[in-house]
Every structure is written in structure tokens, then in C-alpha cells.
Design a protein around this ligand. Structure first.
Ligand SMILES: Cc1ncc(COP(=O)(O)O)c(C=O)c1O
Length: 469
């Protein structure tokens, strides 16, 4: 689907009142879930006592409570009460081959019988993984592994500052790059500013300038305005737009923004933590034909194995990411005890090599196209404004379009909040059919089939049937 159509249809949804959910249908779905997830309910109570907010992340479904899982295989998950689900949340995009991909697990099991990590020494697997990443992405000549996508972004920003000798960072409204001090602002809802920034001193945030995506004029104004106070070190971007394309980037924007960044002496960082392994070989940059200076990776890089992140880029920039005492210029310290540990790099080598040498990514994309086409047919048949589209095997189902509400007043903020809150009820109705979809911000793995897609579509049909007519 074209960017212009996505914007127009999301704006149309945002301009209308939310369709009203039938409370009897919603309660029936919630009760159905509760009746068969008693163990998850008990564990949720335990979790509330020992985990902040009873959770590790914002990802688990919250209505009525998160499900505790015990097994995964391919597209399926089995919860602790013995219920099976078709999973389209896929650890927020980290699971790309499918849950517990048999060949990946086999290779890790073999490895674990001999080693864990040789910090302070070296393992050839680290080189194999680095070479696999480099051969996957045309813009990457050297790579450093990190423990997460957030760490990769922290590293990229430090490298850009060391290389350019400048301080300021440009970040786009609504784009998410993890939980680092300089970019955990204005996330998810464009215009929400410092909504979730408690605990971060203003001095950090002052180094970041927020710019609306797709607005080259504004971008250039910012570059010009900051020439006098030391200039911009880097532009960081989700190359297909906020939340992996939920608020898309206009065609041609990346090229123009990169060219502008270079004209003003800044580096262009593509955050490919999600897009890196979901759009085919070479990631978003290959698809867009735009080669960034630095690329950050995570999630799909290791198919759910931990210590998952990497920053890579041009040799002259990456060489600044030193690990010894300063002896070269530019220099910055980027290193972690368990970064590049044997388990992580073995998983990375297996995943990246598999994606590069098989047609599994192509099949996953076909599956994403299949489910999009089936969903859009369904939505049309119910005369619903909902719509679906895919970017590679990233699946987006636009339901209430909170991001398309212009944040111009307190009332608009409340409208955004209610459009976001209702999504947990939508996800609960879909989950009552045994399908895991988180607010329609979903993913397709290399293990998904047309039968899985039919189940997903049936889950959304139940949602459509749950609105008052
Ligand atoms: C685009 C993007 N960048 C960075 C991150 C942060 O990665 P991590 O959660 O591994 O720190 C995420 C996580 O959702 C992401 O979606």
C-alpha cells in the first residue's frame, strides 16, 4: 500500500468517532479467556509482587492479564494452562525463523555442551557472525555486538559524536529507538514530547532535537539553526517510519535527509533493529537504495536469543568504537562483558546465514501479503475502516489510528489515550480465538502458513462481530 493511501486512510479513521464495542460481546470474550487461563491468572498475581508493574515490558497483553507461556514451536505457543495460540506478536519482532527453530536449537545445543563465553579471549564464532552480518548489509564494513537494540543505538550515537566532534542528535517525532536517555522522548505518539521521560535529566534531552518526519524544510531549519551552537552529530531514523511503518516515511525522504545530513557534516544512523531482517537481504537500506553511515540491529538478529544487538557501518567510523585506552582519534568506548558471547554469536551466525542463503524470507513476505489481502477483503465485507498492509514480513493492521490525531489540545490528548486504551480490548477479543495480535502491530515469521493466516483473519472477524450495529 502506498504511503499516501496509508496516511489518508489513517486520517479518515482518526476523523471519525470510535466504533462502539458491544460490552456483552467484550465481556463474553474476557470470560472465555479467564475460564481457560487460571494458571496465568495465578502467576499474574505472583508477578505483581515481584516485578515492577507486574511485568518486564509493555509488550504482554494486558486484558485481562498476560498469558504465561511454556512452549513455542514455529508459529505456535502453548500456555501454562495448555491452550495453544497462533502467535503474530513474535516477541515484538524478534522471532523471525519461528519459535524454537529446530536447526537453530540444534546448533545451540551442540555449542552449549562445550562452551558459554570466553570473555577476555576470542572465539572464531565472533568472526563468523560479524562476517555474516557484513555480507548481509551492503553499508556495513565493521560491526560491534551489543546487548540490545537500545545499546546499539547508544553506541551509534556515541560513535557519531566521536567522529564528528559534535553533540546534538536529530530524532523524528514518534520514532522509537529503545530506552536510552537521548531518544526516549516523543515515542509512539508523535507530538507527545516528554510524556515518558521521568528520570531523565533535561540536560540529556536538550541534546536531542525533535523534528516531524517527512518535513525536509523543518529538518534543514534545524540543521541551520544549530550550526552556531556546535552543529548536529547525527540523524537517527526508523527508515520505514515510526513503529516500523505505522506512521510511514514518504518515498524519497531517506535519500534527501541523508544527503542533507552529509551536507551539514552529520552522520545518518538507520535504526534497523526491526527492519534489518524483515525486508529481505540488505534490510530497509537495500530496499530503499539508501546507504546509511551507521546501522543498528537487534531482535531478528538472534531469533530470541539474548545479548542481541549490533552496530555496524563504514570502517572509518566503526574504528572509533575502541575498547582499549584512548590511543587513536576519533575514539569512544563501546564494549560489554557479554557482548558477542558464544551463545549470541552462534545464534546470530545461524539466523543471518539462514536468511541470506534460503528463500525463507521471501516465503514469509508472501505469507504477509496473503494475510493482508485476506484481512482487507474481510474489512471491506464488513464495511469497516480498518485496513492492513505489510512491509516485508512486518504486518500492520490500522484499527483506531491514535497517531493520526493531531495533538493540538488537551482534548486531543485524551482522544489519543482512549484510542490507545481500547486496543487492549480489541486484542483480548482476538486472543479469545487463540490468536495473539498486539494492537495490530504484528509480524509474520518464516514458519507461518496460510492456515495460520486463516486463523488470524477469523480472530479479526470475531472483533468485527463484537461491534454494536
Ligand atoms: C526500532 C527499534 N529500535 C530499538 C529498539 C530497542 O531494542 P531493545 O528492546 O532490544 O533495546 C526497538 C525495540 O522495540 C525498536 O523497535
Amino acid at each position: 500500500m502506498k504511503t499516501s493511501e496509508i496516511f489518508a486512510r489513517a486520517a479518515e479513521i482518526a476523523s471519525k468517532p470510535l466504533p462502539s464495542l458491544n460490552s456483552i460481546a467484550l465481556n463474553a470474550s474476557i470470560n472465555e479467556i479467564k475460564s481457560r487461563t487460571k494458571r496465568s491468572a495465578e502467576l499474574t498475581e505472583r508477578a505483581k509482587k515481584v516485578l515492577p508493574n507486574g511485568s518486564q515490558h509493555t509488550l504482554p497483553l494486558s486484558n485481562p492479564y498476560p498469558f504465561f507461556m511454556q512452549k513455542g514451536r514455529g508459529s505456535l505457543l502453548l500456555d501454562v494452562d495448555g491452550n495453544e495460540y497462533t502467535d503474530y506478536i513474535l516477541s515484538g519482532g524478534a522471532i523471525i525463523l519461528g519459535h524454537n527453530d529446530p536447526e537453530l536449537i540444534q546448533s545451540i545445543q551442540t555449542l552449549l555442551s562445550t562452551k558459554t563465553h570466553f570473555h577476555g579471549h576470542f572465539d572464531e564464532l565472533e568472526l563468523d557472525a560479524a562476517e555474516a552480518v557484513i555480507s548481509f548489509f551492503p553499508s556495513i564494513e565493521k560491526v560491534r555486538f551489543t546487548a540490545s537494540g537500545s545499546e546499539a543505538n547508544n553506541a551509534a550515537i556515541k560513535i557519531a559524536r566521536a567522529v564528528t566532534g559534535k553533540k546534538k542528535l536529530i530524532k523524528f517525532l514518534g520514532h522509537y529507538h529503545g530506552w536510552g536517555h537521548e531518544y526516549l522522548m516523543d515515542v509512539e505518539v508523535p507530538g507527545s514530547g516528554k510524556f515518558v521521560t521521568n528520570g531523565i535529566p533535561d540536560e540529556y534531552m536538550d541534546q536531542t532535537i525533535l523534528v516531524p518526519p517527512n518535513d525536509l524544510e523543518k529538518l534543514e531549519d534545524v540543521f541551520r539553526a544549530h550550526q552556531a551552537d556546535g552543529g548536529i552529530a547525527a540523524v537517527i531514523i526508523e527508515p520505514y517510519g515510526a513503529e516500523s511503518g505505522l506512521v510511514p516515511i514518504a518515498e524519497g525522504f531517506n535519500e534527501a535527509a541523508l544527503e542533507m545530513a552529509h551536507r551539514y557534516g552529520a552522520l545518518y544512523i538507520m535504526d534497523e533493529v526491526v527492519t534489518g531482517f524483515r525486508l529481505g537481504k540488505g534490510g530497509a537500506q537495500q530496499r530503499l537504495g539508501v546507504m546509511p553511515d551507521l546501522t543498528t540491529l537487534g531482535k531478528g538478529l538472534m531469533n530470541g536469543f539474548p545479548s542481541c544487538g549490533a552496530v555496524g557501518g563504514k570502517r572509518e567510523y566503526m574504528d572509533a568504537a575502541n575498547v582499549s585506552i584512548p590511543h587513536s582519534s576519533p575514539y569512544t568506548y563501546v564494549a560489554g562483558t557479554l557482548s558477542g558471547n558464544a551463545l549470541s554469536v552462534a545464534a546470530c551466525k545461524h539466523v543471518v546465514t539462514t536468511l541470506a542463503t534460503t528463500n525463507r524470507l521471501k516465503i514469509a513476505e508472501k505469507m504477509a501479503e496473503d494475510v493482508v489481502s485476506k484481512l482487507n477483503t474481510l474489512f471491506t465485507s464488513y464495511q469497516s475502516d480498518f485496513f492492513a498492509y505489510n512491509i516485508g514480513n512486518i504486518l500492520r493492521v490500522e484499527l483506531t489510528a491514535p497517531h493520526a490525531v493531531p495533538l493540538t489540545s488537551q482534548e486531543a490528548l485524551m482522544e489519543v489515550v482512549s484510542r490507545r486504551q481500547i486496543l487492549s480490548s480489541y486484542s483480548a477479543i482476538v486472543a479469545s480465538t487463540g490468536v495473539l495480535s498486539r494492537h495490530g502491530r504484528d509480524f509474520v515469521s518464516c514458519a507461518h502458513t496460510e492456515q495460520d493466516n486463516d486463523r488470524y483473519v477469523a480472530g479479526y472477524e470475531k472483533l468485527l462481530q463484537s461491534f454494536s450495529r
